[in-house]
Design a binder for this molecule. Structure first.
Ligand code: HEC
Length: 185
């Protein structure tokens, strides 16, 4: 065998494209040249991967904070609307907050923000091809419900607001039941 040490190192450095022991010295020299450009490409795509991981983390953080805020407001609404004399100021403010966050939620579930990249209660099923339409529909139903509840809360009929609030709760549950896993913080 006439494989020089540098050629062996090159073979270890890349995962494909290395010949067997019979590979000639000339081929190895050529492989080394293309390895150089591969190294550059590899470095570039590593950087890209790191940048998009940073973006994923950012989105996941925003999603978590958003859902937490939605949850807090939902609880306040539950308290008010379940009590004998709902504070309409609180109800309207919380309804508006949820409605605004609901429209932002369209940007909270890009591909690559599941459990494969970090701790999250978002199930991988969200991004499975057979569930994409269903997930989009559940998100849409939630946005519609938040909009309708917010409109009802702006009026003066607590019973109408209560009915729309129940619909909203159903929209949360429909998505959570299928696409959210229990996380233990
Ligand atoms: C379209 C799907 C969907 C809808 C609709 C939805 N959620 Fe969520 N929710 C999720 C997912 C997925 C998570 C987990 C997010 C994560 O951990 O990254 C979550 C998490 C949460 C959390 C915990 C915080 C967290 O990030 O783990 C709360 C609280 C919450 N949701 C409340 C609500 C409420 C209240 C509603 C309705 C007013 C609602 N959600 C509607 C999918 C949804």
């Amino acid at each position: 065998m006439r494989i020089a040490p540098f050629a062996i190192a090159a073979c270890l450095a890349i995962t494909s494209g290395c010949g067997g022991p019979e590979t000639s010295q000339a081929n190895n020299a050529q492989a080394n040249i293309s390895n150089d450009s591969r190294d550059v490409n590899q470095a570039a795509s590593n950087l890209e991967a790191r940048l998009s991981l940073g973006n994923a983390t950012k989105v996941m953080h925003e999603r978590h904070e958003g859902m937490e805020t939605i949850g807090k407001n939902f609880k306040a609404l539950h308290r008010e609307l379940g009590g004998p004399s709902p504070d309409l100021g609180v109800v309207r403010a919380s309804a508006t907050t949820i409605n605004q966050l609901a429209s932002k939620a369209s940007g909270w579930f890009p591909e690559g923000t599941g459990p494969e990249v970090g701790k999250t209660g978002a199930k991988p099923e969200i991004w499975q091809p057979q569930n994409k339409a269903d997930f989009a529909l559940k998100l849409r139903n939630f946005q519609d419900a938040a909009q309708r509840f917010s409109a009802a809360a702006a009026g003066n009929d607590p019973n109408a607001a209560k009915a729309r609030f129940a619909d909203l709760g159903g929209a949360c549950k429909a998505c959570h039941d299928k696409y959210r896993s229990e996380m233990h913080h």
